[in-house]
Design a protein around this ligand. Structure first.
Ligand SMILES: [Fe+2]
Length: 135
């Protein structure tokens, strides 16, 4: 069993976003494994950078589709994305300055955030977007 397994209950009803969530989860597992294996910062850092970049790409994709279809909860949803992006950027910055002790806590934090966000926010756009023909 991986650190974080995608489950059917995480499905948001839009295939491209389920696929992106699976990709994020795979990257998070890669990060966790590197950290748990006590890999040096020069191994962990590129994984963290890649994860943060992919997260931004994913958020932008969701926001574009929600906005294009006039999703009513767009602003609140985007706000959650922005807050996480800010936290992730700060983590990355601290890490780059050698301040943050790279730890399992980062992986746990990101896992918890992603689970809460998918279930609490992403799953809500599913029926709305499906109604607009987005699947
Ligand atoms: Fe989202």
């Amino acid at each position: 069993m991986a650190f974080f397994d995608w489950k059917e209950e995480y499905s948001v009803g839009v295939k491209r976003f389920d696929d992106q969530h699976k990709q994020l989860i795979a990257m998070l597992n890669e990060l966790y494994d590197a950290m748990k294996g006590g890999k040096a910062g020069d191994v962990v850092k590129p994984i963290l950078i890649k994860l943060v970049q992919y997260t931004k790409t994913h958020f932008a994709a969701e926001e574009q589709v929600m906005k294009a279809h006039g999703y009513p909860d767009y602003e609140a949803h985007k706000k959650e994305h922005d807050e996480l992006a800010k936290q992730a950027a700060s983590l990355l910055e601290q890490e780059q300055q050698g301040k943050a002790a790279l730890s399992i806590q980062i992986s746990n934090f990101l896992k918890q955030w992603l689970m809460d966000h998918i279930i609490g926010k992403d799953k809500k756009y599913g029926p709305f977007l499906n109604g607009k023909g987005v699947r």
